[in-house]
Design a protein around this ligand. Structure first.
Ligand code: GAR
Length: 194
């Protein structure tokens, strides 16, 4: 099966949902590695509990983005990774990883792109008083939240929603949508390689 690396910076709930989907065999892959750029992130605790190998880094300890990504790349190659899945990874992917994984890096973003890109898509839609937002899964290119869109799902912002209730609704959509889109993309890659 295709080998995935999940990159996360925070809670890791999407990482866990993906591991569960793999275990239920709704995603035909293996989660080979969790890559984390925040050594105190809860995602690492989840990885231990789920028995998924993980590596974590302090990117600031590297002299450049390129040297950091080269180190990450070494771990990906060692783990035989075919596809990178970003799940709350709050760092822009640089040319080293983009060139090594051309069209093989997927991201999930909590808004209907191109609306509300960046680090706080949920908060920005809420603060703008939007009546609708959603979730986007897209391929990663050199821009910020600009790659080819693979899927989008709308989420209503109701008058009585709080930022917390909106976050919950968005995460619930993400945990179902992301594994589905990853599975579809894996099928596409397998056809290309066949
Ligand atoms: C998710 O809502 C994801 O869409 C978002 O971070 C959250 C991570 O949650 N990503 C971005 O905002 C990327 N710009 P998780 O750590 O519980 O999976």
């Amino acid at each position: 099966p295709i080998r995935l690396a999940v990159f996360a910076s925070g809670s890791g709930s999407n990482f866990e949902a993906l591991v569960e989907a793999v275990r239920k065999q709704t995603v035909d892959a293996e989660v080979a590695l969790l890559v984390c750029d925040k050594p105190d992130a809860f995602a690492l605790t989840r990885a231990k509990r789920l028995a998924v190998p993980s590596v974590s880094f302090y990117p600031k300890q590297f002299p450049s983005k390129g040297s950091f990504e080269k180190e990450v790349l070494d771990h990906l190659e060692e783990a035989g990774v075919d596809l990178i899945v970003l799940a709350g990874y709050m760092r822009i992917i640089g040319s080293t990883l983009l060139e090594a994984f051309d069209n093989r890096i997927i991201n999930i973003h909590p808004s209907l792109l191109p609306f509300y890109p960046g680090k706080q898509g949920i908060q920005d839609a809420f603060d703008a008083g939007a009546i609708e937002t959603g979730v986007t899964v897209h391929l990663v290119d050199e821009g910020i939240d600009t790659g080819e869109i693979l899927a989008q799902e709308k989420v209503a912002i109701d008058p009585d929603d709080t930022i917390e209730s909106l976050e919950e609704k968005i995460h619930a959509v993400e945990h179902v949508l992301y594994p589905e889109v990853i599975q579809t993309y894996i099928k596409k890659l397998q056809k290309e390689y066949a």
